[in-house]
Write a protein that binds this ligand. Structure first.
Ligand code: FES
Length: 146
């Protein structure tokens, strides 16, 4: 059911924990399962220099967050904004369709943390104009869930 990569990231997740004095912290809940995820970002010169996460989500949420944090570390804010849950799932060699919603947690938590950063430092981040940090994470591609 799970790819080797999913299993590997689940057994040995990267970037788990908290960042003290993080520049952006985001927490989101998953509308589907009620699980939550917290993401911490350290940002210097528009670049994500460190990222950590904590989740009460399932194994797929752990694996996709581990992969997502690896994919945005060292990247710019706009590159991180462009990371989709599908790209994360692809990098993991796929997730079972019923588990796609778990990967949305990571994507949304990154956006929530960037939103927090933008408020804290009074910055505008393209793509976050309509972001509502109180919205639960929704999977935008319902077709994949059946
Ligand atoms: Fe909730 Fe996977 S079942 S995050």
């Amino acid at each position: 059911m799970y790819s080797d990569k999913v299993m590997e990231h689940f057994m040995n997740p990267r970037n788990v924990g908290e960042i003290e004095n993080a520049d952006g912290v985001g927490q989101v809940g998953n509308a589907k399962c009620g699980d939550i995820m917290k993401m911490y970002l350290k940002i210097e010169d528009e670049t994500i220099v460190d990222v950590k996460f904590k989740t009460f989500g399932c194994g797929s949420a752990i694996a996709s967050s581990s992969m997502a944090t690896e994919m945005i570390k060292g990247k710019t804010i706009s590159e991180a904004m462009n990371l989709s849950n599908k790209a994360v799932a692809q990098a993991l060699d796929g997730l079972p369709p019923v588990k796609m919603h778990c990967s949305v947690l990571a994507e949304q938590a990154i956006k929530a943390a960037l939103y927090d950063y933008s408020k804290k430092y009074n910055k505008t981040i393209e793509g976050l104009e309509d972001f509502n940090p109180d919205d639960d994470a929704h999977d935008h591609d319902h077709a994949e869930e059946h």
